[in-house]
Design a protein around this ligand. Structure first.
Ligand SMILES: Cc1cc2nc3c(=O)[nH]c(=O)nc-3n(C[C@H](O)[C@H](O)[C@H](O)COP(=O)(O)OP(=O)(O)OC[C@H]3O[C@@H](n4cnc5c(N)ncnc54)[C@H](O)[C@@H]3O)c2cc1C
Ligand code: SF4
Length: 338
């Protein structure tokens, strides 16, 4: 048993005030990750500040034609929201590829962003882990690292960020709205999660005293040419070995705009702007797609048991781009492919 206090925040200002007054406290939303971590003695917050009653559960259109998604919107409600299904189907697909229906009913958007890695050593307090205990060492380097990162790794940590939703949010170039004792600010999605470097315990650029209030999607949703491809050990209820989110736009037969993000390969959803730029003006087809994949994986590094992911990621990128180009995210035949 660990002792901790519990209180319910009555409004956003109260949530921030309580957090500021109690260093070492944590917000709790669906609890599907944090409570597990507490049960396993990995996280020991002195206080849980329950944010589930805050009015952050709406999906609203913005004046610029985008969408504002409250931090407490459950993953399942978001996946099935008509505006998301119609305008941002890559986000629906990614959400529905994650966890199970029961978990998605509980899991919040804010909690999904901040879910922690699934590295087995991180959860096993009997083993060294720099993320859990800075300076202790990394058991996964040279250990069981089949699920681990191949891009953006460091000597300190090779863990991956396990979210599916975040890979789609990277492609959509979402913004994260937060509030803290110093006021409100917005964080571009590409700056939200961090690479491990020598501080793997710091996973995001969110302050410990800041609350996520919403995610904002810009108007561009890639509703016609998109895909979310998740490769995993079994067809459901498993984290990604590699996942790929794609959004494409065409001008006649040529690619006019391309976005590509990978999950399961790094400490953050992985985008490579050079690879995206390489697709512009090209005809959709395996030559262009393979070139983009090679750029993405140019600096990939395996650690033994996960080295297979480099080839797997290359194939997954090519397949995901092909599916998106066809406008048939899960299908195989098409005329557009050269
Ligand atoms: C068995 C299992 C399988 C899973 N499979 C997948 C999968 O395949 N793909 C996938 O993407 N995910 C998967 N998940 C993870 C799941 O999506 C996350 O646990 C969930 O999204 C976390 O949301 P939550 O609301 O429950 O967060 P919580 O557990 O309540 O909180 C998680 C973290 O976020 C913080 N937090 C929560 N809300 C806020 C806020 N508004 N502002 C600031 N901080 C906040 C908390 O303090 C905590 O640190 C799985 C989980 C389980 C248990
Ligand atoms: S990969 Fe990261 S989380 Fe896993 S043992 Fe190493 S330091 Fe810990």
């Amino acid at each position: 048993m660990i002792e901790f206090q519990y209180s319910r925040a009555s409004n956003v200002a109260d949530a921030v005030r309580q957090m500021t007054e109690t260093p070492g406290a944590k917000f709790v939303a669906g609890g599907t990750n944090l409570i597990d971590l507490m049960k396993m003695d990995v996280e020991r917050p002195v206080k849980l500040i329950d944010v589930t009653r805050l009015p952050l559960d709406k999906v609203e259109e913005t004046r610029s034609g985008g969408l504002r998604i409250g931090a407490l919107v459950p993953n399942s409600d978001l996946a099935y929201h008509p505006l998301v299904e119609r305008r941002y189907p890559v986000l629906s697909s990614a959400l529905l590829a994650g966890a199970s229906q029961q978990l998605r009913n509980m899991a919040s958007v804010g909690g999904n962003l901040l879910q922690r890695t699934r590295c087995a050593y991180f959860y096993d307090i009997a083993t060294p882990c720099n993320k859990r205990e800075p300076g202790a060492g990394c058991s996964a380097i040279g250990g069981l690292n089949r699920m681990h990162a191949i891009l953006g790794t460091s000597e300190a940590c090779i863990a991956v960020h396990p979210s599916d939703m975040c890979v789609a949010l990277a492609v959509l170039e979402a913004k994260v709205h937060v509030v803290g004792p110093r006021g409100r600010r917005e964080i571009p999605f590409s700056d939200f999660h961090r690479l491990p470097g020598d501080t793997p315990q710091r996973e995001t650029n969110l302050g410990a005293d800041e609350l996520i209030t919403s995610i904002e999607l810009p108007p561009r949703g890639f509703a016609e040419n998109y895909t979310y491809l998740k490769i995993r050990d079994r067809l459901s209820y498993a984290f990604a070995l590699v996942s790929v989110a794609v959004g494409l736009e065409f001008e006649e037969d040529n690619i006019r705009r391309a976005r590509l993000a990978l999950g399961g390969v790094s400490h953050k959803p992985w985008r490579n702007l050079e690879a995206e730029a390489s697709l512009l003006g090209k005809l959709a087809g395996d030559t262009a797609f393979a070139e983009a994949a090679d750029i993405v994986l140019h600096e990939a590094r395996g650690f033994g048991r996960n080295t297979f992911k480099i080839k797997l990621a290359r194939r997954a990128i090519i397949r995901a781009l092909s599916q998106a180009a066809r406008g048939m995210p899960q299908s195989h035949s098409d005329k557009r492919i050269t």
